[in-house]
Design a protein around this ligand. Structure first.
Ligand code: RB5
Length: 148
């Protein structure tokens, strides 16, 4: 599985920690789109390349981190085909894969600590989309995208 990573200055440190953990996992390939230090940057500049790589299929999933995760999730969800979920607990990490087939995970480094963030990543990567009635709902999201 190829994963695109991105963060602003608020999420930089946590991105590095998550990257390190992912690098130790079998079958995971990482593409890191920055940022590369904790100097102030603008989160849409990092959300966009990650979202485009996932939308195009060049990466299977994306992980975006900023201070709250909110800016990243708003920006990523502007890209057609992206279903970015802002997650800060283990229950919704699993549920958003099973129900929403989310393809990008957003988290806020000022909201949760690194231990919980790592756990969320593990759960989110391991959970599968359930399809069925949820597929119909995803299709309705695609129709909204077509309308605008
Ligand atoms: C940066 O200060 C902060 O606004 C950003 O990391 C994020 O929380 C935006 O949603």
């Amino acid at each position: 599985m190829k994963i695109a990573l991105g963060a602003d200055h608020g999420g930089y440190q946590l991105k590095e920690e998550i990257k390190q953990a992912l690098e130790g996992m079998d079958g995971i390939e990482i593409e890191d789109f920055g940022c590369d230090c904790d100097q102030s940057v603008d989160y849409p500049d990092y959300a966009l390349p990650v979202a485009e790589k996932v939308a195009s299929g060049e990466c299977d999933r994306g992980i975006l981190i900023c201070g709250t995760g909110i800016g990243m999730s708003i920006a990523a969800n502007k890209v057609k085909g992206i279903r970015c979920a802002l997650v800060h607990d283990c229950f919704t990490a699993k549920a958003t894969r099973e129900h929403n087939d989310s393809n990008i995970l957003a988290m806020g480094a000022r909201v949760i600590g690194p231990g919980l963030a790592q756990e969320i990543v593990k759960i989110w990567l391991g959970a599968e989309f359930e399809g069925g009635r949820h597929e119909r709902r995803i299709e309705k999201i695609r129709q909204i995208e077509q309308k605008y």
